[in-house]
Unconditional design. Structure first.
Length: 259
């Protein structure tokens, strides 16, 4: 295939990916600024507006891929903006909830699926550790593969640990999309830490991973319990002496052509 792989950050963890003949919407959140519940009881979410019309986000989308159905990854307005028969792929635990919202073409990915030239592998992980990790429930990552295109590992809300490293070693991605907002629930995070990677975890990933792997960092500056911002991540990277060619920090609406 001659098509290029392109990732566009919509906002927070919502991505639009052109890959292997498909236009994939990841973790759709279309809600207006301040219309969703606060995670910390401080600010309503999302904290920023979309930078593009919803019609631009949904244009050409032929499938949805959901890492998990927390409200900052899938929210009630989505069913108003997508066709009810759009192919909608989820982890097994979320199928019933998406069907309940009226989507009729919902399939689970147990281990992997192949759609034409595209193969999607589901990867396991943990949305935090200890008591808060148990409360967060199941979450998945996905690895996108196609001959002639870079391999992309979408980590979802998974922490950086042995099982996510094992996914990298198994599939050898060229790019890893990291939800690097460092989200916390103070009551639990004092003992169990953040529930998604923060700036220190991103640095640890870069130190551990082979140098050809690039990180695309998202899920920042939009949800009130995400304490790692783009500015904090850049500051940490400079202090750490990071090779910035390996750390991509896109702005909302920015498209990245993968090589």
């Amino acid at each position: 295939m001659n098509e290029k792989a392109i990732i566009r950050l919509v906002r927070s963890a919502t991505l639009k990916i052109n890959y292997a003949g498909h236009t994939i919407l990841i973790d759709p959140v279309f809600a207006d600024k301040g219309t969703l519940q606060s995670a910390l009881g401080v600010y309503k979410n999302p904290r920023v507006h979309l930078v593009m019309p919803i019609s631009d986000i949904t244009e050409g989308v032929d499938m949805v891929l959901l890492t998990h159905n927390h409200i900052d990854h899938y929210e009630p307005s989505v069913k108003q903006h997508l066709p009810k028969d759009i192919p909608f792929y989820t982890q097994p635990q979320d199928k019933a909830a998406i069907l309940k919202d009226g989507f009729s073409n919902v399939e689970t990915i147990e281990e992997r699926i192949t759609l034409g030239h595209l193969t999607i592998h589901r990867a396991i992980g943990h949305h935090g550790f200890g008591q808060i990790g148990q409360m967060m429930g199941p979450v998945s990552g996905y690895v996108l593969m196609s001959e002639g295109l870079p391999t992309i590992y979408i980590m979802g809300d998974c922490k950086w640990e042995e099982c996510t490293l094992a996914t990298v070693e198994k599939y050898r991605p060229n790019y890893i999309v990291v939800n690097s907002g460092g989200a916390v629930f103070p009551e639990f995070s004092k003992t169990d830490g953040c529930i998604i990677p923060n700036e220190q975890e991103v640095m640890a990933m870069l130190d551990t991973l082979p140098p050809h792997i690039k990180l695309i960092t998202v899920h920042m500056d939009a949800i009130d319990h995400c304490q790692t911002t783009r500015a904090i991540l850049r500051n940490e990277a400079r202090h750490h002496g990071t090779d910035m060619s390996r750390l991509i920090i896109p702005e909302d609406g920015e498209s990245i052509t993968l090589k």
